[in-house]
Design a protein around this ligand. Structure first.
Ligand code: FES
Length: 137
């Protein structure tokens, strides 16, 4: 596996929350979230709700995860943590934007040709008072 696509040790990915990371899609950088669903299974999605796409699921300290579902803090939509499918809420039936990842030799790697791994955490600056990104539209 290519070391440039190594995101984190599998042990660093919380079972009850998410690990925030940044990917590049062409010229754009985007936030993504990684979540563990069992010992050998991880899933990753772009870090925005399907209801209001300017709302981040993980605001930097991990998204809420309850009974295997990711919770949007804004209006309470629930998304299956393995498929990204919304099972409840204003965007029921919508699906989070999936990013391909896999576990190999105890590490999580990005396997999606549409993205390049940039770093763990956000590379974007957020104005916490308004909850909007600065300098990105
Ligand atoms: S913005 Fe996520 S449920 Fe409304």
């Amino acid at each position: 596996m290519d070391e440039d696509s190594r995101i984190a040790d599998a042990s660093e990915v919380p079972a009850d929350s998410t690990l925030l990371f940044t990917v590049r899609d062409g010229l754009d950088e985007r936030e993504a979230i990684l979540t563990k669903n069992g010992d050998d299974e991880v899933a990753a999605f772009e870090n925005y709700c399907q209801h209001w796409t300017d709302v981040r699921l993980d605001k930097g300290s991990g998204a809420t995860k309850r009974d295997g579902e990711l919770v949007c803090g804004k209006h309470g939509a629930l998304f299956e943590a393995d498929s990204g499918c919304c099972t409840y809420g204003p965007c029921e039936g919508a699906v989070l934007e999936d990013i391909g990842v896999t576990i190999e030799d105890g590490a999580v790697y990005l396997t999606d040709d549409d993205y390049e791994f940039v770093q763990v955490g956000s590379s974007m600056e957020y104005d916490l008072s308004s909850n909007r990104s600065l300098g990105f539209d």
